[in-house]
Design a protein around this ligand. Structure first.
Ligand SMILES: Cc1ncc(COP(=O)(O)O)c(C=O)c1O
Length: 418
């Protein structure tokens, strides 16, 4: 039998990161030391008291049964308490909170729950892949809102709503943003909420980096805006805040209709996260929060080392105010390569792995993303390698570093890849 072309699988383009991952694996097999800024996979252990709580809970056989697909009540209450403390938002844990198996699962299942074939969904571009693909898998048509282009976000949004037939069902937001690290304030949310209420557009806000911020005020929640709950639901996650990426635990909170749709579809699909994980998540949210401060401080220190190192290497990269990513414009001399070929060149010549921006959408192709998942010493090592590489190919930016004449060999290599 020839391979069938399954309707949904056909809609998933080849995995852009696969090329770089394959090169990384073969370089490592060949004994090369690759500094890996590729995947945003937190490298720190989960704080001890959270692990201890998991172990305690798993020793109770009652926790081995099917759990509750909306999440155990104690965890929903802990999420509501977090929103109360952190954002002064008062949530009903019964009707306005659902526990998800990671926020990615919640986003994908909410997309399934609310989308009909051909519904139009507005998604910024570049964006974290589940934001468009959760909806593409659900049969939606995506209208991309280019980020960082010639219009402001509100102009892009107004234009998209005006020219979309049928009218858009929902808008996805993600601030602090993966991959761009852009942050927004409450006024931004006020404007978007007022606009979306007027045009009957639901909002799905992804606040995965709520606690990973370095400069300025802590990121706000869209639910702080009066009336937001009429149209908005927000996703938060334990993955980054408590270094629990493998545990798969996150939350959706806000609009009752959306929360109930998500709960209903989940009741058909899963029995909830393993109870001991939910019990440990309660301990994380209700327990001491110094571990969150430490995690934030660790990323901030790495960010500072990375940005200083890259600046010294002649690569001007804006310091991310939040998230665990630097969004780095490809140096002008190598811009023509595009992000995938630039990432491959960086891997081959500087032994540094990054994520090509094209993996986050076409408007990301002039950037690469560096995740802060290596320690400071290895970040410095990467920056030294990058400096040598940029100098060799004449791509170091002159105002920041002396530029020796570029040897022909690497320049022609760069051109061959264009
Ligand atoms: C913006 C954003 N949303 C969601 C996720 C996934 O989070 P979770 O581990 O809770 O599924 C990530 C992970 O990198 C992310 O960057």
């Amino acid at each position: 039998m020839t391979d069938p072309e399954f309707h949904r699988i056909k809609r998933l383009p080849p995995y852009v990161f696969a090329d770089v991952n394959a090169m990384k694996a073969s370089a490592r097999t060949a004994g090369e030391d690759i500094v890996d800024f590729g995947m945003g996979n937190p490298d720190q252990p989960t704080p001890r008291h959270i692990v201890d709580k998991l172990v305690e809970a798993v020793n109770d056989p009652k926790t081995h049964r099917y759990s509750n697909s909306r999440g155990i009540p104690g965890l929903r209450r802990a999420v509501a308490a977090y929103y109360g403390r952190r954002f002064c938002v008062d949530l009903d844990p019964e009707k306005e909170v659902v526990v998800t198996i990671g926020s990615k699962e919640g986003l994908a299942n909410l997309a399934q729950a609310i989308t009909g074939p051909g519904d139009i969904i507005l998604v910024p571009n570049p964006s974290y892949p589940i934001h468009p693909f959760g909806f593409i898998l659900a049969g939606a048509a995506i209208r991309h809102l280019p980020v960082g282009q010639d219009f402001t976000f509100m102009e892009q949004l107004a234009r998209a709503v005006k020219h979309s037939v049928p009218s858009p069902t929902a808008l996805v937001l993600n601030y602090p943003s993966n991959p761009t690290a852009q942050v927004v304030d409450l006024d931004f949310y006020r404007e978007v909420v007022a606009f979306c209420r007027k045009h009957d557009v639901y909002i799905l806000s992804d606040l995965a980096y709520a606690e990973i911020y370095f400069d300025g005020d802590p990121p706000p929640s869209i639910l702080e805006v009066d009336g937001a709950r009429d149209i908005a639901v927000e996703f938060t996650s334990m993955s980054k805040t408590y270094s629990m990426p493998g545990w798969r635990i996150g939350f959706a909170a806000g609009n009752r209709t959306l929360i109930s749709a998500l709960a209903r579809i989940k009741s058909y699909l899963d029995y909830g996260a393993f109870t001991p994980i939910q019990v440990a998540a309660v301990a994380a949210l209700n327990g001491p929060q110094d571990c969150v401060d430490e995690i934030r401080a660790l990323y901030r220190a790495r960010r500072d080392v990375l940005i200083e190192g890259l600046t010294g290497a002649g690569w001007r990269v804006p310091a991310p105010p939040a998230t665990m990513f630097a969004w780095a414009p490809i140096p002008p001399n190598l811009h023509h390569l595009g992000s995938l070929e630039f990432a491959k060149l960086l891997l081959r010549e500087a032994k540094v792995a990054v994520s090509p921006g094209i993996g986050f959408g076409e408007y990301g192709d002039d950037h690469v993303r560096l995740a802060l998942v290596e320690n400071q010493q290895r970040i410095r090592q990467a920056c030294r390698n990058i400096k040598l590489f940029l100098n060799r190919c004449g791509a170091a930016m002159p105002a920041l570093a002396a530029v020796p004449p570029p040897p022909a060999q690497i320049l022609s290599l760069a051109r061959a890849q264009a």
